[in-house]
Design a protein around this ligand. Structure first.
Ligand code: ADP
Length: 396
């Protein structure tokens, strides 16, 4: 790991999580010299490019911005940092001039912090100060759960409910991060955790396989398509095997999926005979179900009752959350609960952000974040649709 910065500069307010599919960025800008909408200097072009990834939290101390870029378009991210001067010495928050010893250092996590270290140095003169990915995921999740009482929620059968997390009774829990791949982490305390499992069948599988099956050009297109599809066309259901009946003796209803994509083998059909939307739906269901089930089994392994799901695969998508919740509920016979996080995809980036140490006082950035987020959060952007009406209208 690189040496810690000795001085806090503007870069201390920017952190990155460079994953296999997406780059997540969190940065803080002060609200004093510009309006929330003008302070992110995003050109129309850039705005279109990243608009679906833009989310802001206006807090007492400034505005926390949450953005994502596709890792394959890392140039957009570099350009954004450069054109918005997110890592310039000219914006030192303490108004000090940089000394010759100041370096442009930003906290970065994820495999891309290694892979793209030279690129950041060559193009922007930035040194990526690498922070461990699992440390960041856990730090991000813990900070959010402590900071924001509208962070965790359950979602089942179309019903969304925010949960009050008792800070004194937060642990242990299972954190399931569904990114390109999936990590399952048993969290027992602030820095006390163990990655207990994972699966390679994750968000990358959904997007990769889905792209091949449907020719969709973007993840969102695939997700939208899945919304209108019918998985029963391709999945082999218990009722398909039992002549429309339930297999009630072992608790399986006729609509339970017996075999994902299983009907395709028994029909004289080719790929072209299936509608893209039906395949997208079967795929989403298969992957979400599988992750829900493996998560529950790991929770069972360690006696954990609470499972928090994060990662950008979820995207606040109702069907995805519903499927995961039903899987956890079904396999645990109602004993375990799937919970989702509003900042789902930004856990790692927030964890990296909290790893800065506030200059001088020794107070950690995580305390600041807790303050910032609990000071009254008004989020705008992509994830706004996650907010129930009553929160939006509070307009804090
Ligand atoms: P990673 O750190 O591995 O990139 P993320 O948490 O960023 O993981 O999640 C990546 C996954 O999120 C993808 O595999 C895909 O399933 C999903 N996803 C959500 N939005 C997008 C998008 N705009 N482009 C690509 N994948 C997306």
């Amino acid at each position: 790991m690189d040496e810690n910065p000795t001085k806090t500069n503007q870069s201390a307010h920017l952190a990155l999580d460079i994953g296999g599919t997406l780059i997540k960025m969190v940065y803080l800008s002060s609200d004093d010299n510009c309006s929330p909408d003008s302070q992110v200097k995003v050109s129309q072009e850039e705005s279109n490019e990243i608009s679906d990834g833009l989310m802001k939290c206006h807090t007492g101390k400034g505005t926390l911005h949450f953005l994502k870029f596709e890792t394959s378009k890392i140039d957009d991210c570099l350009e954004f940092i450069s054109s918005n001067q997110l890592c310039s010495h000219g914006d030192l928050p303490d108004k000090k001039q940089p000394s010759a010893h100041d370096r442009k250092l930003i906290k970065a996590t994820g495999g891309g912090a290694f892979k793209f270290a030279d690129l950041f140095m060559e193009r922007l003169g930035i040194t990526l100060d690498k922070v461990d990915e699992m440390d960041c995921l856990v730090a991000g999740a813990n900070s959010l759960l402590k900071a924001n009482n509208q962070e965790a929620f359950t979602y089942m059968n179309g019903h969304k409910e925010y949960l009050q997390i008792d800070h004194n009774d937060m642990y242990p829990y299972l954190l399931v991060n569904i990114g390109s791949g999936v990590s399952m982490i048993k969290v027992e305390g602030d820095e006390k955790f163990e990655r207990v499992s994972g699966t390679s069948v994750g968000g990358g599988t959904f997007w990769g396989l889905g792209k091949l099956l449907t020719n969709c050009k973007s993840f969102d297109e695939l997700l939208k398509l899945s919304h209108v599809g019918n998985n029963r066309v391709i999945d082999m259901l218990v009722g398909d095997i039992y002549g429309g009946l339930d297999y009630s003796k072992i608790g399986l209803s006729s609509t339970t999926i017996a075999s994902s994509f299983g009907k395709a083998i028994s029909e004289n059909k080719e790929l072209e005979d299936y509608k893209p939307e039906d395949m997208a739906r079967s795929l989403l269901r298969m992957i979400s179900n599988n992750i829900g089930q493996i998560s529950y089994l790991n929770a069972l392994r360690f006696g954990l009752k609470r499972i928090f799901f994060g990662g950008f695969f979820i995207r606040g998508h109702e069907f995805t959350m519903d499927t995961i919740s039903v899987a956890v509920d079904f396999w645990s016979k109602g004993e375990a609960k799937a919970m989702f996080l509003r900042h789902e995809g930004f856990l790692g980036a927030l964890g990296a952000y909290t790893s800065y140490q506030k200059e001088g006082s020794g107070e950690s950035m995580s305390h600041q974040l807790v303050e910032q987020l609990s000071n009254g959060v008004q989020c705008t952007g992509e994830n706004q649709r996650l907010l129930p009406a009553e929160i939006k209208s509070q307009g804090k």
